[in-house]
Design a binder for this molecule. Structure first.
Ligand code: ADP
Ligand code: MG
Length: 346
């Protein structure tokens, strides 16, 4: 009897397992390819500096729902999430290319609205749109962006270079974008069951804004340079803090201790999470799409940033043997779990 070809389900590997599997099949052959698959962005040797390259794709029905995502915001977000990965390398974005797939469900005016948002983001982050591709789509809208940046060779920050004892820092606050998404989903359902009902989102403005209009934290890249701090490791928080900490730990062969009472959670986010029967701490740890920066610094650099109003220190890098621990408000150590966004598991 003929043996059936082996079939492995994607969910068995998960998104990151699949990427690892792809990575295994490729080796670097060009001397200028300094860093390949596995970080927020790739590094290319450009003589006196590195070119930094990253790509992120947004798909209708997976990453956005046009019933509450205005196209202008979507265009802005598509650029912002890519700039965020450039920022995560401690680099400055310079150019983007934008690929779109559209069906005839969209009008010229709709695509113009999308590009209005793209233009606004390009202006804001000082990047030039230098190309792309346009194709038809048989299903929804797809936007794929590649961003190119530049970084000094001696200040580039990767994921796998944290050291034991380094202080873990997080910018802004966490969980807002996830809670914002819950608000939008609920309002959508209310609207669908009764189109007469106009959603009142004013109470949730902050969270909804964080979901629909994320910003890349380029401001902090400039602040860090001004403070004279080069993080020992950095990445952006797109899939949830816990998931990103797992990446930093596995890359750096270390563990972490994170303190629950130090997690930056906005008051409004806290209240709304409770209103939705969600644990605010879980939202902060595992909610995605905040696009804040997670970075580690040497202990001696702490003095330089302790007064920065928008950076929280949430814990420190520990030995690998101690694993990833969350120290609760009550002082108990519990293992940190990463239930962040995985495209094949959730
Ligand atoms: P981020 O969340 O920072 O955008 P990802 O988790 O999407 O990063 O990707 C992690 C790494 O894997 C990156 O270096 C990315 O370029 C690489 N990667 C992701 N998907 C693929 C793919 N299909 N082929 C090759 N490399 C990939
Ligand atoms: Mg990233």
């Amino acid at each position: 009897m003929e043996e059936k070809p082996k079939r492995t389900e994607l969910r068995e590997l998960g998104e990151f397992g699949l990427i690892d599997r792809i990575k295994e099949k490729f080796s670097i052959t060009n001397k200028s390819s300094i860093l390949g698959i596995g970080d927020d962005a790739a590094l290319i040797d450009a003589g006196d500096h590195f070119k930094v390259i990253t790509s992120d794709m947004l798909l209708e029905g997976v990453h956005f729902d046009l019933s509450y995502m205005p196209l202008v915001h979507l265009g802005y977000k598509a650029i912002a999430v890519n700039v965020s990965d450039i920022a995560a390398m401690n680099a400055i974005p310079k150019q983007v290319t934008v690929n779109i797939a559209v069906s005839n469900r969209f009008s010229v005016e709709a695509i113009e609205a999308l590009y209005e948002g793209i233009a606004f983001a390009c202006k804001n982050y000082k990047v030039d749109l230098v190309g792309g591709d346009t194709t038809s789509s048989s299903s929804g809208l797809v936007i794929s962006v590649t961003a190119i940046g530049e970084a000094k060779k001696n200040t580039i920050t990767k994921r796998n270079t944290a050291n034991k004892g380094d202080i873990i820092c997080v910018s802004g606050d966490l969980g807002a974008a996830y809670v914002g998404l819950q608000v939008l989903e609920r309002e959508k359902q209310v609207f669908q069951s009764n189109p007469e009902m106009q959603p009142d989102l004013s109470k949730y403005e902050y969270m909804v804004g964080r979901q629909l209009k994320p910003e890349a934290r380029m401001d902090l890249i400039y602040d860090l340079a001004e403070l004279g701090i080069v993080p020992t490791a950095m990445m952006d928080i797109s899939d949830g803090l816990a998931s990103e900490l797992f990446h930093i730990c596995s890359g750096s062969q270390l563990g972490v201790k994170i303190y629950e009472d130090k997690l930056p959670i906005d008051q409004e986010v806290y209240k709304t999470a409770v209103e939705f029967n969600l644990d605010p701490v879980t939202c902060a740890l595992n909610g995605g799409e905040d696009y804040e920066l997670l970075f580690t610094i040497k202990q001696e650099d702490y003095e330089k940033l302790k007064n920065h109003a928008d950076i929280s220190t949430v814990g420190y890098m520990d030995t690998k043997e101690n694993g990833l621990q969350l120290i609760t408000k009550g002082g108990n150590a519990v293992p940190l779990t990463a239930q962040g966004w995985d495209h094949f598991k959730n």
